[in-house]
Design a protein around this ligand. Sequence first.
Ligand SMILES: [Zn+2]
Length: 204
Amino acid sequence: MGNLQNEFSSAPNKEEELPLEELSTALGSGHSGNHGKYSNGLVLRAIGGKMPGGFKISSVKAHLSKMWGLGSKCTNAVLLVGITMEPTKCLGSEAEGKAGNPGMIEHNVVATQQKYKETIRQWEKTIPITPSTRPHTMEWREEGGRLVVPPDDALKRKILRQLHNHWGAGHPGSDETIRQVQRQYFWPLQRAWIDQYIKGCATC
Ligand SMILES: [Zn+2]
């Protein structure tokens, strides 16, 4: 574990031989959930090197809390995961920094579905979508397995920022963007909405 070891009150013996799950359980007890000196240094270096000027750690934390409603410990966890998937180059704009990651967006879609439960139940009558219940949440997918996106424009823009504007997506044309979005997400009149979005894209 190298330098990271200092951030935990105690580490199990022969930690390199333990399965990850056991190791994390052993390390988790007694850990505050805050970054120590070493991991904080890694996070600051990643943000300093890859985020656009002015988008500092405080801006990143404020953004995560406002956009995703994360508390400080969740924010810490996201920052740690973030340094394992840094962009390869410095991001050009704050919008790119804010595009978010796909897992978070899916989570957001499911959360927003709960707000639009009644609407989606109406859709069930005419569109082949079904709710699947998991232990703590309920989520709707259409028959192909794609997540059903409720009629929330801000949420759809978030999806498009990820799959069209993001540094990794690189503003693909209409057909390719529609294909990317339709691989994972479904909403009625999807193609028209996406075409409208691309027409309004400042970069395209
Ligand atoms: Zn574009």
